[in-house]
Design a protein around this ligand. Sequence first.
Ligand SMILES: Cc1cc2nc3c(=O)[nH]c(=O)nc-3n(C[C@H](O)[C@H](O)[C@H](O)COP(=O)(O)OP(=O)(O)OC[C@H]3O[C@@H](n4cnc5c(N)ncnc54)[C@H](O)[C@@H]3O)c2cc1C
Length: 400
Amino acid sequence: MLATLAVPVKNESARDYTLQLADSSENIAAIRKLVAEQLAPKVTDVDLKGEYPGAFLRALGAAGGFRGAMAPEFGGNGLGLKHVIEVMEEAAKVCLSTGFLTWCQTACARYLQMSENQALKAAFLPRIASGEILVGTGLSNTVKSCDQIEDYRLSAKRVDGGYVMNGVLPWVSNLGPTHYFATGCPVEGETRGEEGLVFVLVDCQLPGFKLVDCAHFVALDGTRTLACHFKDSFVADAMVLSHPATSRAYVSRIKPGMILAQMGMGLGLIEACIGMMKQSNKTHAHVNQFLDDQADVLDTALQEARAATYALAETISTDPQAEAKVVLDILKLRLAGGELSLKAANAAMLHMGAKGYLQKSPAQRRLREAYFIAIVTPATKHLRREIARIESCAASCAAA
Ligand SMILES: Cc1cc2nc3c(=O)[nH]c(=O)nc-3n(C[C@H](O)[C@H](O)[C@H](O)COP(=O)(O)OP(=O)(O)OC[C@H]3O[C@@H](n4cnc5c(N)ncnc54)[C@H](O)[C@@H]3O)c2cc1C
């Protein structure tokens, strides 16, 4: 690492930045090696047998893969959201299920990091950072309900020392008997809307709570995506991330970063698809050239999307107040990420031809996986609706 610092530095802050870059690229190189050695051989089992890559996730945690999501005092590496996204990319280049599980772990860690519950942060964040505790995020329904797309599926009632929760979340990933996940729902008697929500960290062993394995998917089936049933489940105040009085501010702190980080899945998958196209062109360029989407054009779009993602990640990490100002840019970028994933996976399939149609070919797997990026919350239709809503609000405010 010191060799990198042989470059003269003008001042201390430039020196800090150079050190950070060196730390980050060293760590990403180690993670790339881990992915090649421990994840790549398992990909077909994850995809076709629905095998959960739990051992890999713990190894990724031990290698520092989750440490961009929390502050240094809680086990973080100080590299922020950009590092989180780069790690996710490395996993997603090989296996989208694992890329998504990396998002689940780091998204939940960020919700904790953004909470004002210091005791909860101190108790959980270092163990989530190391991969000792694996965590998920059950916020699709909360986000969709906040955006008035569907009704809340959970409800909470304030009682002495905590909340009693009821309801069912149909799909939450990265779960198991020893796991935890974050979710949020309205509290009876509080104002409807973002100001009346409670956000909690749920222990999967909570009395009155059970996990039900009831859905199987065409891809991402190795993500341990389970239904979460709450029946008069008591969640103590100690596990609360945000109470109703602070929930609106909490939502605006967590939501932009949660959505932006999903770009790590798309960037990794797109790069892998372009790689397949280039590989196929070594022998079939004479005929592949007649296809609509070519590797060089997709590559340019990928580089632009990556640069925009990293720039927004840096903005969010260095200035948490900036999140509200960059929301529209993030929604548009995330929409483009889903659309480019579908385009790249479709192009890779067409380039690969029958070879890509084999059951164990990555080309057809990438196509199934790409649809997940476009449908997981916020889905393409959800993003388009939110962008239209924000832009029409801005237009009517400007006209008034
Ligand atoms: C593999 C996978 C992993 C996921 N992991 C997570 C996760 O970790 N955390 C999380 O919060 N969400 C997760 N989701 C949910 C996801 O983010 C979306 O919210 C979900 O796919 C529904 O989005 P949609 O756009 O289809 O919804 P819409 O088209 O808006 O609506 C779908 C409708 O189906 C209903 N519905 C939902 N579930 C079921 C069901 N099981 N059976 C019947 N109807 C149902 C909904 O109430 C809704 O009315 C996961 C989904 C998948 C496929």
